[in-house]
Design a protein around this ligand. Sequence first.
Ligand SMILES: Nc1ncnc2c1ncn2[C@@H]1O[C@H](COP(=O)(O)OP(=O)(O)O)[C@@H](O)[C@H]1O
Ligand SMILES: [Mg+2]
Length: 145
Amino acid sequence: MEAVLLIGIQASGKTTFYLERFFRTHLRLNLDMLRTRRRERLLLAACLEAGQRFVVDNTNPTPADRARYIGPAREAHFAVIGYYLDVPAAEAVARNAGRPGKERVPERAIWATAARLEPPTREEGFDALYRLRPASDGWEVVPLE
Ligand SMILES: Nc1ncnc2c1ncn2[C@@H]1O[C@H](COP(=O)(O)OP(=O)(O)O)[C@@H](O)[C@H]1O
Ligand SMILES: [Mg+2]
């Protein structure tokens, strides 16, 4: 059983990464889609109860945001894996500008999340944690100790 947390500012590439790596195996929890924390809580509890692998596809910028999932997942004996998509805000802003109108977010929201973001650490309860940086052919992956 595995819980995957994505961490990254808007337009860093989280949903693309989910689709490429996890679409076939992991249920996706995404607050933009679910709209309310209540729905998210219910589906998180359902995954944990059922032993269903899932990915949290939210920005998750602070330890408190991440603790919402890490604590319950560990209690349910899920391995918790984190992927920190470390994309410069200016690059995310540029990617955002290239999205279709409905998917575009206000630029200031990206800068605001970038300012709040605290890079994740293993001490938060991750069993494995990776930092992803943009590379010429996808991502450069660095395991964080
Ligand atoms: N590895 C990548 N390199 C360059 N552009 C990317 C990469 N992954 C995603 N993108 C582009 O960046 C934009 C945002 O991606 P998306 O996955 O929707 O981000 P998020 O879910 O974090 O908001 C999209 O236009 C997408 O095509
Ligand atoms: Mg997304």
